[in-house]
Design a protein around this ligand. Structure first.
Ligand SMILES: *Cc1c(COP(=O)(O)O)cnc(C)c1O
Length: 226
């Protein structure tokens, strides 16, 4: 049941926070509802979940229209430039900004709609060929370009860690990104707030929290296999 699974995930989040000496209020659980039907999302909503993650613009648009207004939709998947226009007013946070060109497009559309768009830069920490995102060593340069866009606010970073059998294997990926996040925060760059670090999925969210995640994106452990 979705309810029992959410209870378990929430307990695990709390336990990971306690192990790390963190306040559980610092960690936002985003329930990743991609491919899942409205009825299942409603179950999670009844348990108090308000943050939902989707990886397709079409699905955000449909579900946004079909569900309660107090839901915060998170765009977590690769975003094509021609779909920016449809999603920016509907998602509270775009986790997956993976190029300066995409940020430019977001700026252009956000200016037209006269809104401010909160984004995370996706970082491919483990340099996997199959993944989108900036390499760690390219990310500061990207920040310095994107910070000039008045309709965009950079809030932090997102990463998708490698698929591994044992989540401990991803600990150093999370440590690296946390260290970079702290470095960037300490620079106090204009128009960059560095208060969100989105890392950890069903297989590794507890380790990610121990290493400083402020947002975890959990799908399978809440809604079952896709
Ligand atoms: C699907 C997805 C998740 C959730 O993955 P699970 O392993 O099902 O928890 C998290 N982040 C991103 C970017 C995803 O695409």
């Amino acid at each position: 049941m979705v309810k029992d699974r959410i209870d378990t995930v929430r307990e695990n989040i709390k336990a990971a926070c306690i192990r790390a000496g963190r306040d559980p209020k610092e960690v936002t659980l985003v329930a990743v509802s991609k491919t899942k039907p409205i009825e299942l999302i409603q179950e999670a909503y009844r348990e108090g979940i308000r943050d939902f993650g989707e990886n397709k613009v079409q699905e955000i648009v449909e579900k946004h229209g079909a569900m309660a207004d107090d839901i915060r939709w998170h765009m977590i998947g690769h975003l094509q430039r021609n779909k920016v226009k449809q999603v920016i007013g509907k998602a509270v946070l775009i986790h997956s900004v993976d190029s300066v060109r995409l940020a430019e497009q977001i700026e252009e559309e956000a200016a037209k709609q006269n809104i401010l768009v909160n984004i995370l830069l996706e970082v491919n920490v483990a340099k996997e060929e199959s993944k989108y995102g900036f390499l760690l060593e390219e990310t500061e340069e990207a920040i310095l370009k994107i910070k000039k866009f008045p309709h965009i606010k950079i809030r932090g970073f997102m990463t998708i860690a490698p698929f591994v059998e044992n989540s401990e294997e991803n600990r150093n990926v999370f440590q690296k990104l946390f260290q970079f996040y702290v470095d960037m925060k300490s620079k106090n760059i204009d128009n960059v707030s560095m208060d969100m670090l989105s890392m950890g999925m069903s297989g590794d969210y507890e380790v990610a929290i121990e290493e400083g995640a402020t947002i975890v994106r959990v799908g399978t452990s809440i809604f079952g296999a896709r």
